[in-house]
Design a protein. Structure first.
Length: 155
């Protein structure tokens, strides 16, 4: 059986979302049957998404919405015809905005990329606009990655 490949596509301004993506990726990579990479939206062409078995999207909450660059990337990806992929979504937020942007991101992926079956959602707290991440958020992201990897491996 060949190794399953996972890509995490994220938008990160101050590096907090990137840290969460990297922690999720480390969790996934704990499963020897899986291999994951983290790319920012500007570092990957939407056509390349075809090469992965699973796609995870993540971004900061910008004014109660997912970051625009990631939404634009998903719009561009909608013409690629991604089928039978597994996925997840995550965001980083400040204050009381847990799950606000990520729920909208989830809806966007379901609408534009119906070929991706979403099996997870994570919302990670940042202490201030520029960070740092709140305590334990990287640990939670690592655990999220481990769990995602287990689900992907058994699917």
């Amino acid at each position: 059986m060949s190794m399953k490949r996972v890509i995490l596509v994220c938008e990160s301004v101050y590096g907090n979302t990137q840290k969460i993506a990297e922690a999720i990726s480390r969790g996934i990579n704990k499963n020897s049957e899986l291999e994951s990479v983290v790319k920012k939206t500007g570092e990957i062409h939407t056509d390349d998404l075809r090469d992965y078995d699973a796609i995870i999207f993540g971004c900061p909450n910008h004014d109660q919405e997912p970051a625009l660059n990631l939404l634009k990337f998903i719009d561009r990806a909608s013409i690629v015809h991604l089928n039978a992929k597994t996925g997840a979504v995550f965001d980083t937020y400040t204050g009381g905005n847990k799950d606000v942007a990520v729920k909208k991101l989830e809806a966007k992926v379901r609408e534009k990329l119906p070929g991706i079956q979403l099996i997870g959602r994570l919302s990670s707290k940042v202490t201030g606009r520029k960070g740092p991440l709140a305590d334990n958020e990287e640990d939670k992201a690592l655990e999220f990655g481990i769990q995602f990897g287990q689900k992907l491996h058994t699917s």
